[in-house]
Design a protein around this ligand. Structure first.
Ligand code: GUN
Ligand code: ZN
Length: 437
């Protein structure tokens, strides 16, 4: 049995860091070691200690002076939108109708889906992201393509075929019955296969009829262990149209509540314009609000109130995500840089430890997979990113004046991107490749 011994500056979180000085919230080893066997971390700590457990045959890889962190997690992304990213000039509903729905019709072609799924997962890994919660297109073949590529790479990913049966072109519509049947078949085929997780994925209230919402609710009841992902309260025109389409609902959140879609494994993208009642409903059910800063800025949707959600009397669980292709970057470093600015516009700050907690352990907890990923704890899967804070000339120059770990992390977040990612391990295997278009 071969094992791998990584050496570097290891950083992993124990819990949410209250302040920048909350040292017991993380574990940092200046000269750290990670012993990996069968895709798992079997020992972690000071290098000299871990090395003793490694045995003669261990393959040693020295990443000093770089940082070793748990692989980043992206809690909301649309893999069929790789050729939508960077589409000019529209707010949400026009952006969907002009760019996104036409692009997603192409995923009726299984070969196209397979190609984009391959490029998408390569690109995520290149950016240090080892787990995503992904939306596929409406086509069953797109989800098959995604899961096949994900399984081949032995990645832990969460994904689902989008359910949508109205208010979009015919080429991206299913029906309540076919949406249910295709989801059911995909769950049977992929959920629990290796590291694959299926997410029930009604796109949002505008593109699902009440009959389809019923079907989504039925799937959640039949599979209570599965994730559910959708969009909520992103844009004012979207909220108004939703209210027209579901006139009996108290508010947007109530549409999903009515069909039994709230809960601990429910992920709601955006959540920008929630009322207090809606925020309470998310909190009381343990639902997760997903912060997508680059997308919210790009589409002009609004400012997610991160600190209020965390600190209100009934706090809301939060995840962070790129939301590519509404989002404008694949990097979770770029995402948290923009996130920091959104939070600053709300008069608050997110310190660098909180940021890196969010994209590792925080997102793992929000996705209910923290027993497997999101830390460098012994017994968890060896999904690891290697970060170089001197990756570019500007970063190297700024690093000359950096004195603390907090400053280094903030530099990585503010100036870093895929160039700062030196290596990525997926279940213990070096996985970073350059994109072969
Ligand atoms: N709401 C419904 N579908 C989408 C999507 O693809 N992207 C974003 N940002 N919002 C949505
Ligand atoms: Zn989205």
């Amino acid at each position: 049995m071969t094992s791998t011994l990584l050496r570097g500056r290891t950083l992993s979180f124990v819990r949410w860091p209250q302040t920048i000085d909350d040292h017991s919230a993380w574990r940092y080893e200046e000269d750290g070691g990670l012993l990996i066997r069968d895709g798992r971390i079997v020992a972690a700590g000071a290098y000299t200690q871990v090395e003793k457990q490694a045995g003669e045959g261990a393959k040693k890889i020295d990443h000093r002076p770089h940082l070793l962190l748990p692989g980043f997690i992206d809690a909301h992304v649309h893999f069929p939108q790789m050729q939508v990213i960077a589409s000019y000039g529209a707010e949400l509903l026009d952006w969907l109708n002009t760019y996104t729905f036409p692009e997603e019709t192409k995923f009726a072609n299984a070969q196209h889906g397979r190609r984009i799924a391959r490029l998408f997962l390569d690109e995520m890994v290149r950016h240090g992201t080892t787990t995503v919660a992904a939306y596929c297109s409406v086509h069953k073949a797109s989800a098959e393509a995604f899961f096949a590529e994900s399984h081949d790479r032995n990645m832990l990913n969460i994904a689902g075929k989008v359910m949508m049966d109205r208010n979009a072109p015919d080429g991206v519509l299913d029906t309540p019955q076919s949406g249910y049947d295709d989801s059911k078949a995909l769950i049977r085929e992929w959920h629990g296969k290796g590291r694959q997780h299926y997410a029930i994925t009604p796109r949002f209230a505008i593109t699902s009829s009440p009959q389809q919402m019923e079907m989504a609710g039925a799937l959640c009841r039949e599979h209570p262990d599965l994730h559910m992902q959708t969009h909520l309260s992103e844009n004012h025109a979207e909220i108004a149209l939703t209210q027209d389409l579901y006139p009996r609902s108290r508010d947007y959140t109530d549409v999903y509540e009515h069909y039994g879609l709230l809960g601990k494994k429910s992920l709601f993208g955006h959540c920008i314009h929630l009322s207090e009642r809606e925020a309470d409903a998310l909190s009381e059910t343990g639902s997760v609000a997903v912060f997508c800063p680059t997308s919210n800025l790009f589409l002009g949707s609004g400012l997610f109130d991160y600190q209020r959600f965390r600190h209100r009397e009934k706090p809301i669980r939060i995840a962070a995500a790129t939301d590519v292709g509404g989002g404008t970057n694949y990097s979770m470093l770029r995402t948290m840089d923009e996130g920091y600015k959104v939070i600053a516009l709300n008069g608050e700050k997110l310190n660098p430890f909180q940021s890196f907690w969010q994209i590792t352990r925080g997102n793992a907890e929000a996705l209910s997979v923290a027993d497997k990923i999101g830390t460098l704890d012994e017994g968890t899967d060896a999904d690891i990113v290697v970060l170089d804070a001197r990756a570019t000339p500007a970063m190297r120059l700024r690093m000359e004046t950096v004195e603390t770990l907090a400053q280094e992390l903030f530099l990585l977040q503010t100036l870093g991107d895929d160039r700062a990612v030196r290596e990525v391990y997926v279940a213990g295997r070096a996985a970073k490749t350059d994109l072969a278009i």
